[in-house]
Design a protein around this ligand. Structure first.
Ligand code: SDX
Length: 436
C-alpha cells in the first residue's frame, strides 16, 4: 500500500485536541484511513458492527468492484478464468499469484491428485454421526479432525508446512465431502481415482458404486469445475474473515479451515444456495409461477421475515458476475440432462425478472448472487440440496488457505482482537443470596 498525499483529520466539538491520520491507497478500490493510533491518541475506539466500513487487512488476492459487478482473482476477471482455465489453474493462481505454465500445471495437478486419499482411520469419525446428520456438521468435524493426522504440517509459521497443508486440504476436501454423502445414503465410500481430473474424480467418488463402471459425463464435469472456480475466493467475506481471525492465533491450518466451514454453513452466507432451492421448492408447492406475485409481496413485507434467498449482497450493488456465469452453466446442464423445462429454473428466471423490475429491489440494489442459480444446477447434476454448501466449502478451501497463508506470511500480522462499546452494568457488589 502507498501513503497518499491526502490526510484525515479528526476533530472533536468538546475541544479535545484533533488528530491527523494517514490515508493509504491500494492498487485499485477505496483508500483507507489508518486508525491504528486512534485509541492511543484519543482513548476512543471506532464503532463498525458488521464491518461495513472497515478494511481488516491488506490483500493481493481478490478484488471486487461491487458497483461495476466485477470480480478479479489476482487481477484476472472471473469471466476469463471460468471460460479459459480450470479449477486447478485457479487454485495455483490463488496460492502463487500467477497462472501456471504447462510444466507447472502438470506438476501441480499431479501433486494434488496424489494427495486425494485420506487416512483410513478418518472413516471411523463418520460412524459417530447419525446417518441423517447434516453434511456440514460432518464436514466441520472431518476437517477439524484432519489436524489429528498431519502433525508434520501444522506449524503455520513454517512456509513449507503451509504449502503441504494447502495441497492436502485442496486435495482431500472432495474425498471428505463425498464420504459425508456416501455415509448419509448408506453406500460404501469410493476411493479417489488418479486417472480422473479433479471434478471428474469428485463425481466418481459421489456417484460411482463398486457394482458397475461409472462413466464421468464431460458436460457435468465441466459444469462442476466451473462451479468450483466461481466459488473459489471472494475477498474478506464472513468465512474468510473467520479463517483469518482463527488462524491469527497461530492454530493449525486444518482447525482454521474447519472454522471457515462452520461459518459458511449459515443461510446468510454459504447456506443460501440450500435455502434458495428450498425457497423455490416451497413456491413450487404453493402453486409455482401463479404464486410468485404473492411471494414477492411477502418478501417486501418487513414483518414477514421472508427474504428472497440468493438475492442481495454486502458488496455487489450490481449483478454478481458469478450469477450470470452460473445461469449459463445452468442452461448447459439442464439441456444435457433433458431438463430444459425444469419448473424451478423457469420459476427462478421469473423471480429474477420481477425483482429486476420491482422498485423494492431496484432501490436497494438487490441482484441475484452466486447462490441464486447454483442450487438448480447442482440439483440437476444429482447433488442433494443439503450438500450444496459442502460443495461451496470444497471450492472455497483454495481461497481460504490462500488468504490464511497470505496473512501468516506477513511479518507484521498480529493476533486479531477487536474491542467493544460496553453498555452493560458497571462495577457492583455481590449480595448474599438471602438478600437477592
Ligand atoms: C454469499 O460476502 C460475500 O462475499 C459472500 C459470498 C461469498 O462468495 O463469500 O458472496 C457468498 O454469502 C452470497 C450471499 C448469500 N446470501 C443470501 O442470498 C441470503 C439473502 N441475502 C441477504 O440476507 C442479504 O442480502 C445479505 C446477507 C447477502 C447482505 O446483507 P447486508 O449487506 O447486511 O444488507 P441488509 O441485510 O442490510 O439489506 C439491505 C436492505 C434491507 O432492507 P432495508 O432495511 O434497507 O429496508 O435490503 C434488504 C434488507 O431487508 N434485503 C433483502 C434481501 N437482502 C437484503 N430483502 C429481501 N430479500 C433479500 N435477499
Amino acid at each position: 500500500m502507498k501513503l497518499s498525499d491526502n490526510k484525515a483529520t479528526l476533530s472533536f466539538s468538546d475541544g479535545s485536541p484533533s488528530i491527523e491520520m494517514p490515508v493509504y491507497s491500494g492498487s485499485v478500490g477505496p483508500d483507507v484511513v489508518d486508525i491504528r493510533k486512534l485509541y492511543g491518541q484519543t482513548g476512543m475506539f471506532t464503532y463498525d458492527p458488521g464491518f461495513l466500513s472497515t478494511a481488516a487487512c491488506q490483500s493481493t488476492i481478490t478484488y471486487i468492484d461491487g458497483d461495476k459487478g466485477e470480480l478479479l482473482y489476482r487481477g484476472y476477471p472471473i469471466e476469463q478464468l471460468a471460460t479459459k482455465c480450470d479449477y486447478m489453474d485457479t487454485c495455483y493462481l490463488l496460492l502463487n499469484g500467477e497462472l501456471p505454465n504447462a510444466q507447472q500445471k502438470k506438476d501441480f495437478d499431479y501433486l494434488v491428485t496424489s494427495h486425494t486419499m485420506v487416512n483410513e482411520q478418518m472413516q471411523y469419525f463418520l460412524r459417530g454421526f447419525r446417518r441423517d446428520a447434516h453434511p456440514m456438521a460432518v464436514l466441520t468435524g472431518l476437517v477439524g479432525g484432519m489436524s489429528a493426522f498431519y502433525h508434520d504440517s501444522t506449524d503455520i509459521t513454517n512456509p513449507e508446512h503451509r504449502h503441504i497443508a494447502a495441497i492436502r486440504l485442496i486435495a482431500k476436501m472432495p474425498t471428505l465431502v463425498a464420504m459425508a454423502y456416501k455415509y448419509k445414503i448408506g453406500q460404501p465410500y469410493i476411493y479417489p481415482k488418479n486417472s480422473l481430473n479433479y471434478a471428474g474424480n469428485f463425481l466418481h467418488m459421489m456417484f460411482a458404486t463398486p457394482c458397475e463402471e461409472y462413466k464421468v459425463n464431460p458436460v457435468l464435469e465441466r459444469a462442476l469445475d466451473r462451479i468450483f472456480i466461481l466459488h473459489a475466493d471472494h475477498e474478506q467475506n464472513a468465512s474468510t474473515s473467520t479463517v483469518r481471525l482463527c488462524g491469527s492465533s497461530g492454530t493449525n491450518p486444518f482447525a482454521a479451515i474447519a472454522a471457515g466451514v462452520a461459518c459458511l454453513w449459515g443461510p446468510a452466507h454459504g447456506g443460501a444456495n440450500e435455502a434458495c432451492l428450498n425457497m423455490l421448492e416451497d413456491i413450487q408447492r404453493m402453486g409455482g409461477l401463479a404464486k410468485v406475485g404473492e411471494f414477492m409481496e411477502q418478501v417486501k413485507d418487513k414483518n414477514s421475515g421472508v427474504r428472497l434467498m440468493g438475492f442481495g449482497h454486502r458488496v455487489y450493488k450490481n449483478y454478481d458476475p458469478r450469477a450470470k456465469l452460473m445461469q449459463e452453466t445452468c442452461k448447459e446442464v439442464l439441456q444435457e440432462m433433458g431438463l430444459e423445462n425444469d419448473p424451478l429454473f423457469k420459476l427462478a428466471m421469473a423471480l429474477e425478472k420481477i425483482a429486476l423490475e420491482d422498485d423494492y429491489f431496484v432501490s436497494r440494489k438487490l441482484y441475484p448472487n452466486v447462490d441464486f442459480y447454483s442450487g438448480i444446477v447442482q440439483r440437476a447434476i444429482g447433488i442433494p440440496v443439503n450438500l450444496f454448501t459442502g460443495i461451496f466449502a470444497l471450492a472455497r478451501t483454495s481461497g481460504w488457505i490462500a488468504q490464511l497463508n497470505e496473512m501468516m506470511g506477513d511479518p507484521e500480522y498480529k493476533i486479531g482482537r477487536p474491542r467493544q462499546l460496553f453498555t452493560g452494568p458497571v462495577a457492583r457488589t455481590v449480595k448474599a443470596i438471602a438478600d437477592r
